[in-house]
Design a protein around this ligand. Structure first.
Ligand code: 1HE
Length: 266
């Protein structure tokens, strides 16, 4: 088994680790294929997933050594294999949280962009050095990163070699949370456990319907939304969760900073 990517279950949450620290978790073909397999496994065995990097960095992107040996067809197939694997993360069955520290670079940034919630450590830095390497993003970045931070900012980063820090990444939506020093993995795992408590269909719809609706016209999106919402209401878990609230067994929405209440009245 390829131990460059590890898989562990923490209750309902799958923990996937990039485990090639000597090469800063640079992704070779075998790791990308393994990530796709682990995404399928996580969707079967867990209700949410966390991806993190072992060592000092999340991921240094494409394995440049392996890439430099490829002919054109293998390079094309390589890019398409990243697309397939990351699609299983972005539009598989469950939400993914990424714990980002150190380098989140090139294909590592593309991998982070395929996850739904991105937690950045204070030392995280984001870059797309493809221009400096004479290549182009090939792991879905021109679609996903451009939609997250905007094509203008992505062009700036790629053209000028600009490296952005964690607070800037949060401002630009490349990250959705800033973790405290040393806390990034725990913060990501805690968020994933919270996500895993949601109704599975709601999570499924967030990861599958939401990105598709973004690709539709306004009118088609609203029409699609009504069907997804109606289907959600018909799920047994929705009936249970609505009843729990009405019977004052479910938590209220708590103000930020206040302790999470256990029930809403009883
Ligand atoms: C690598 C890679 C890699 C490190 N492929 N081997 N990505 C990049 O252009 C980023 C290139 N890497 C770096 O800029 C730095 O390595 C880091 C900032 C990430 C980390 O620096 P540092 O000082 O901690 O490590 P290091 O000493 O530079 O690297 C340690 C080893 O990892 C060294 O190998 P060694 O045999 O000399 O020990 C490096 O060669 C190796 N290494 N990064 C191969 N990326 C689907 S398309 C996506 C396109 C892209 O991702 S382009 C961006 C590629």
């Amino acid at each position: 088994m390829n131990e460059d990517c590890t898989f562990e279950l923490d209750g309902d949450v799958a923990l996937i680790g990039l485990n090639r620290p000597a090469k800063r978790n640079a992704l070779n073909d075998a790791m990308v294929a393994r990530l796709g397999e682990l995404a399928d496994r996580a969707a079967k065995e867990a209700r949410a997933a966390v991806i993190f990097g072992n060592g000092d960095h999340f991921c240094a992107g494409l394995d440049l050594g392996e890439h430099s040996q490829k002919d054109l067809m293998s390079a094309l197939e390589g890019s398409r294999s990243w697309h397939r694997a990351f699609e299983k993360i972005e539009q598989g069955g469950i939400p993914w949280v990424s714990a980002l520290h150190g380098a989140v670079v090139g294909g590592g940034f593309e991998l982070a962009a395929s996850t739904h919630v991105r937690v950045a450590a204070p030392d995280a830095f984001f870059a797309l050095p493809e221009g400096q390497r004479g290549i182009f993003v090939g792991g879905g970045g021109s679609v996903r990163i451009a939609r997250l931070i905007g094509a203008a900012r992505m062009a700036d980063i790629m053209l000028t070699g600009r490296v952005i820090d964690a607070p800037t990444a949060e401002q630009w939506q490349a990250a959705t949370y800033l973790a405290k020093d040393g806390d990034v993995r725990q913060t990501a795992i805690a968020l994933a456990h919270r996500i895993a408590e949601n109704a599975p269909f709601t999570n499924y719809a967030v990861v599958n319907a939401l990105p598709r609706i973004q690709d539709m016209s306004r009118s088609d999106g609203l029409f699609m939304e009504a069907f997804v919402a109606t289907f959600a209401t018909a799920m047994p878990e929705a009936k249970q969760k609505l009843e729990d609230f009405l019977q004052k067994r479910a938590a209220k929405v708590a103000k930020p900073g206040s302790a999470k209440p256990e029930g809403n009245g009883q």
